[in-house]
Design a protein around this ligand. Structure first.
Ligand SMILES: Nc1ncnc2c1ncn2[C@@H]1O[C@H](COP(=O)(O)OP(=O)(O)O)[C@@H](O)[C@H]1O
Ligand SMILES: [Mg+2]
Length: 259
């Protein structure tokens, strides 16, 4: 079971979009995939069309498991989506988790413990979508996975955000005595203009980053937004989109272990 977190403390860079499409891409390569929505806003749950049904559901949920207040087994959190991916949905209660864990013991290892309760051979890949900030939930995502995919938006402020993300990773490695592997940096929302190109060129030529940045880009496509609003990925909404082969390529790279 490979667990990968999709992280970047910057919002709107494509964490949720990439988690959803990578999950479906891996499923189409015959892998069993579990996607975990660790963002209290529940956008990944919405991306799979399940937010209305599940976000305020009055059952055991991921928040109760993270805070130690659940009655059932973590396996019961898993729901099936229409696109073949299994999902642990977010929940309204996730909004209180950061506060509830503020002084809790082992607070950064809660997700790791929840995931370790899943039967060992139940999934090939677990993908964890992280919230758009640094803090205990993102730390949980990183500790539970130790392998990261970092989406960036090709714009000027991305380099700063990326440096902040990499600093945070180093701090976590030092604090917990673990190694975290950045599988790749995925440029997203790339428009046609020159600013994006020059930002990407800067990142691609920065020592330490150059070999991590994927050699291809996810371009800005209205269909990606429309699909999300309908609670689908591009695979279901418009399989002919020129970004479908790009997400397939990402899935193939992840399957290969990337670096
Ligand atoms: N390549 C893209 N083209 C067009 N819209 C995109 C693309 N990637 C993401 N979006 C849209 O941008 C918004 C933010 O993306 P999202 O994946 O939710 O970012 P994050 O999870 O990092 O906050 C969403 O509305 C999403 O549908
Ligand atoms: Mg998101």
């Amino acid at each position: 079971m490979h667990t990968i977190a999709i992280t970047n403390q910057k919002g709107g860079v494509g964490k949720t979009t990439i988690t959803a499409h990578l999950a479906v891409g891996l499923t189409r390569r015959d892998h069993r995939v579990l996607a975990v929505d660790l963002d209290p806003q529940g956008y990944l749950t919405r991306h799979f069309g399940l937010k209305e049904k599940l976000y305020r559901a009055d059952t055991d949920n991921i928040a109760l498991h993270l805070t130690g207040n659940a009655r059932g087994d973590p396996t019961d959190l898993v729901v099936e989506t229409d696109e073949g991916v299994d999902l642990v949905p977010s929940n309204y209660d996730m909004r209180g988790v950061v506060d509830a864990l503020s002084n809790a013991r082992n607070r950064e290892r809660r997700l790791q413990n929840v995931l370790s309760a899943l039967p060992d051979d139940s999934y090939d890949y677990v993908l964890v979508d992280s919230p758009p900030n640094l803090g205990v939930l993102t730390d949980n995502a990183i500790l539970a996975s130790r392998r990261l995919l970092i989406p960036i938006q090709a714009e000027d402020s991305s380099l700063d955000a990326l440096e902040m993300a990499l600093d945070e990773i180093e701090e976590i490695e030092a604090a917990f005595g673990i190694d975290v592997d950045v599988l790749g940096i995925a440029p997203n929302l790339v428009p046609r203009d020159g600013v994006a190109k020059s930002t990407l060129e800067t990142i691609r030529s920065t020592p330490g980053l150059e070999e991590l940045v994927l050699p291809y880009e996810i371009r800005k496509r209205a269909d990606i937004k429309y699909a999300m609003r309908r609670g689908e990925t591009l695979y279901a909404y418009n399989e002919a989109s020129d970004m479908v082969p790009i997400f397939d390529r990402l899935a193939a790279d992840v399957e290969r272990g990337m670096n």
